[in-house]
Design a protein around this ligand. Structure first.
Ligand code: AMP
Ligand code: MN
Ligand code: MN
Length: 332
């Protein structure tokens, strides 16, 4: 539970600030973009100078999120030491990557997040692992600042909720989650448009890329895994492969699903999913990443074989019921 005092401190810091930087994690997903835009647009509406973005050299928005309101406002001249820096949906400060020095130089740092592995890296920490999405926490923050999201802000927040709950299906979906979603619908969110854009729309090349990933899948001792190389993309954007891991997770014979996605030559982003028994957040954390018990990830500088071998070793104690030890990091 987030302390009342912490909520009040955050609301006060934001209400009093003239200039705020709002940043989400690199390789942003729906919850990262939704929470950044939801609060960023709201703070702009209050007349504040707001910088929005994340710590990659270029701010490319995954095509399935191109409908989000306010994308034209992201990036631009970044304050080197903002009065307030609000980090959203980042499990740890390293997820800010290039923005980490800006975060450290800020007057007041706020960490708003829902990952169980979040250590509370802000001066003010709005960290609630029981929340299904960061967008729910942003909604609460706006309400505590005395506001009500307008249709655009509500659309951004609804996007994070619908993506991080797997369309309201994951166990994290609480009555509170559904109430927030209902409130947002009342603000005029076009939920059919949001779902169609995110879940029911892909370029033709996606079919081929998905075919490659599925045909490579291997099942070994309760682990189902596959990988995606840059050369397999056929014009598909890597961000559009976000959902492929969920198909691997559907395999009944497996407790854990892993997908390695090549982000730059020889470097992979690992997605892990659990069907319930294994806490993949612990395993990802041991490799320098993080996440939730059933969905986690980490960056792997090593190759496919090396990385999967390290994961197998990390899973072995978990599968036998013993706590997962800190495995050796794959590659460097
Ligand atoms: P993904 O597999 O990218 O969909 O990520 C699953 C979950 O793990 C999300 O909640 C991510 O925010 C989290 N996650 C992914 N990669 C990392 C990382 N390198 N560090 C911390 N959390 C991560
Ligand atoms: Mn996220
Ligand atoms: Mn999230």
């Amino acid at each position: 539970m987030i302390d009342e005092k912490e909520w009040a401190r955050a609301a006060e810091a934001l209400a009093g600030a003239e200039e705020v930087a709002v940043a989400c994690h690199v390789f942003p997903d729906g919850d990262a973009l939704g929470s950044m835009l939801g609060i960023g647009l709201y703070l702009r509406r209050l007349g504040k100078k707001v910088w929005m973005g994340w710590g990659s050299p270029q701010l490319r928005v995954p095509p399935q999120y191109a409908f989000l309101p306010g994308l034209d406002l992201i990036g631009g001249d970044r304050p080197p030491a903002p009065e307030v820096f609000l980090s959203v949906d980042c499990a740890q400060d390293t997820r800010l990557e290039l923005l980490l020095p800006v975060f450290k130089a800020a007057g007041t740092r706020i960490d708003l997040d829902h990952h169980a592995t979040n250590p509370g890296f802000g001066d003010i920490n709005l960290v609630e692992p029981a929340a299904a999405s960061s967008c729910e926490l942003v909604y609460e923050l706006i309400r505590r600042m005395g506001g009500v999201p307008n249709t655009e802000e509500a659309t951004a927040l609804y996007t994070g909720i619908v993506t991080d709950t797997g369309r309201f299906q994951y166990s994290s979906t609480s009555p509170a989650t559904l109430r927030v979603a209902a409130d947002l619908r009342e603000q005029g969110v076009d939920h059919t448009m949001v779902s169609t854009e995110i879940f029911e729309s892909a370029p033709f090349g996606y079919l081929h890329t998905l075919g490659i990933v599925l045909s490579r899948a291997k099942l070994e001792d309760g682990l189902v895994w596959s990988w995606l190389e840059l050369k397999d993309l056929n014009g598909t954007k890597l961000d559009e492969a976000e959902d492929m891991i969920n198909l691997l997770r559907a395999v009944r014979e497996a407790g854990v699903a892993v997908l390695l996605k090549e982000t730059e030559p020889g470097h992979y982003k690992v997605s892990m999913r659990s069907r319930g028994e294994v806490d993949v957040a612990q395993i990802a954390a041991a490799f320098g990443g993080g996440g939730h018990a059933r969905a986690a990830g980490f960056p792997a500088p090593g190759g496919v074989e090396e990385t999967i071998q390290a994961i197998r070793s990390a899973l072995a104690p978990a599968a036998s019921g013993a706590p997962a030890g800190a495995p050796e990091r794959a590659g460097a």
